[in-house]
Design a protein around this ligand. Sequence first.
Ligand code: ADP
Ligand code: ADP
Length: 229
Amino acid sequence: MNIVKTVDLSRTYNNGVEVKALSNVNFTMEKGDLVAIIGDSGSGKSTLLHLLAGVDNPTSGDIFIQDKNITKLNKDEMTVFRRRNIGVVYQFFNLIPNINIRKNILLPLLLDNKKVDEEYFKEILSLLGIEDKLDRYPKQLSGGEQQRVAIARSLVTRPAIILADEPTGNLDRRNSEEITGLFRLVNKRLNSTIMIITHDEKVANSCNKVYKMVDGRLNFLGDESYENH
Ligand code: ADP
Ligand code: ADP
């Protein structure tokens, strides 16, 4: 089963001039895919991510996530669907400053009045190496540590898909490599389905499939052997 499937997905902006940010994108992801989307600034990468996350609506076309057509959901339904099924990791971490790390990670469950699976929670913490950070607050952590927390938060609901928007864009090289390795580890161990938007060749090379966005069109560049090209 496809986890993600877009059908002729298009998004046009019109603020006086018409911009075709996304043109007839037909894209699928299967369970366990680790996909990178590269492309120049302004090529449409964020637009695709925003549509998959349901924070923007397409001009035309459909988006299926685990066979559910999310373009048919209203705002409230989408909010609930997103919280339960989509994990998002941002460039600037987006942790809540005045609650501790434990609560930051568990927030998607707490907002949903869901019980915490302590065993799974521990597994995530151990995978990401943040077991000893739970009582701290975001500003007491380094950027790399904050991003690990954000990845933990994205995993806690066992989402269908994780969408990462330039997750290493605000990190130095060492932390960037660490976070890249952690996405691979999470993908392998938990069989998570992950899409990473990135400018960084190294991040793209660590993924199993690479696509390039060019003027709103998505081109497949290659699979595992991409790094040998
Ligand atoms: P990328 O993420 O690859 O940098 P974007 O998806 O942000 O690209 O943008 C794709 C195109 O759509 C660009 O030409 C951008 O200027 C335009 N665009 C994005 N968001 C908006 C918006 N809210 N209003 C108007 N144009 C937009
Ligand atoms: P990113 O780092 O995700 O590529 P951008 O700087 O492209 O971020 O865009 C940041 C925000 O500004 C997004 O919400 C996007 O939709 C909006 N945006 C991008 N380009 C334009 C534009 N030309 N006009 C209006 N809004 C835009």
